[in-house]
Design a protein around this ligand. Structure first.
Ligand code: ATP
Length: 270
């Protein structure tokens, strides 16, 4: 059997104490196995630990630019075979982050204001390989922007010339440009018009599936995940309260939070 892309066994994740805040445990006793090629949705209410889990799963939690990084303090957490509890540094860190694409929440608002969309999307390619063929990069960028339903001419625009939803789609393109083996997308359709949320998730999923790649899609909105994920994991106050296909989870609402989800979603599709 192939090695899982993500293997979490009884994982606890903590934010260390900082300035006036005491230490905070955001995720407790989470066990999860994601196989190659699986598309998994991570669902839960605000503050349930979804973003924390996603950030740690991306391997970027310890990256220097973050003031307060969540840390794996219990259990065993491996992504692409790398031991995240022990920490991944140097060349191994580069290998891990080459394999994992990470789309943080509301990332479109942090773009460098003076770079065009084409430059922003291609940046991850050139920051790894300065001599990468420019034509090939432009073609890749154009294909992605088109797939994400962005209008012609978007590539030449600056971020401030786009709507929030368009910027978010540019961020999605950027997270996919290196063909990640494992994509962690945190609320990828935040700010995107309701009418195209489903299609945008479909594009992300189709791109990963085409390559037999894997994804963990964080969303508080089960409806947008409904048609495209293989399984969901439901978090509530840092604990897993449901796991399985959407129908399996909703038809067995033992936990009150899952019961409330089932209510808002209506009866499972058969
Ligand atoms: N930098 C931080 N320092 C301390 N605690 C934090 C920090 N960031 C998040 N938390 C806490 O960790 C818990 C989980 O937060 P997290 O952002 O992972 O939840 P979430 O499910 O993604 O919520 P949302 O849907 O609102 O983004 C919350 O109680 C939150 O207050």
């Amino acid at each position: 059997m192939a090695e899982p892309v993500l293997l979490a066994s009884d994982v606890t994740i903590e934010y260390p104490a900082h300035s006036v805040s005491s230490a905070h445990t955001a995720v407790r006793g989470v066990s999860l196995r994601i196989e190659p090629g699986e598309i998994v949705g991570l669902v839960g209410s605000s503050g349930s630990g979804k973003s924390t889990f996603g950030l740690v799963a991306s391997g970027l939690a310890g990256a220097k630019s973050r003031a307060v990084s969540p840390r794996v303090t219990g259990g065993d957490f491996r992504v692409l075979g790398f031991d995240l509890r022990k920490g991944v540094r140097g060349r191994r860190f580069n290998r891990l982050t080459f394999g994992v694409g990470y789309l943080p929440q509301s990332t479109g608002s942090d773009f460098a204001p003076n770079l065009t969309v084409a430059e922003l999307v291609a940046e991850p390619i050139f920051s790894r390989d300065k001599r990468y063929n420019e034509k090939a990069a432009s073609l890749k960028v154009a294909t992605l922007l088109d797939a994400l339903l962005l209008p012609n001419g978007t590539a030449r625009k600056l971020p401030h010339e786009l709507s929030n939803g368009q910027r978010q789609r540019v961020a999605i393109a950027r997270s996919l440009i290196l063909d990640p083996v494992f994509l962690v997308a945190d609320e990828p359709t935040a700010g995107v018009d309701v009418s195209i949320r489903g299609p945008i998730i479909d594009v992300i999923v189709a791109m990963q599936r085409e390559r037999g790649a894997t994804a963990l899609i964080v969303s508080h909105d089960l409806e947008v995940l409904r048609r495209s994920v293989d399984r969901i994991v439901v978090l509530h106050e840092g604990v897993v309260v449901g796991v399985g296909t959407i129908d399996e989870v909703l038809s067995d609402p033992r936990h009150p939070y899952v019961a409330s989800l089932a209510k808002t979603m209506g009866s499972p599709e058969r």
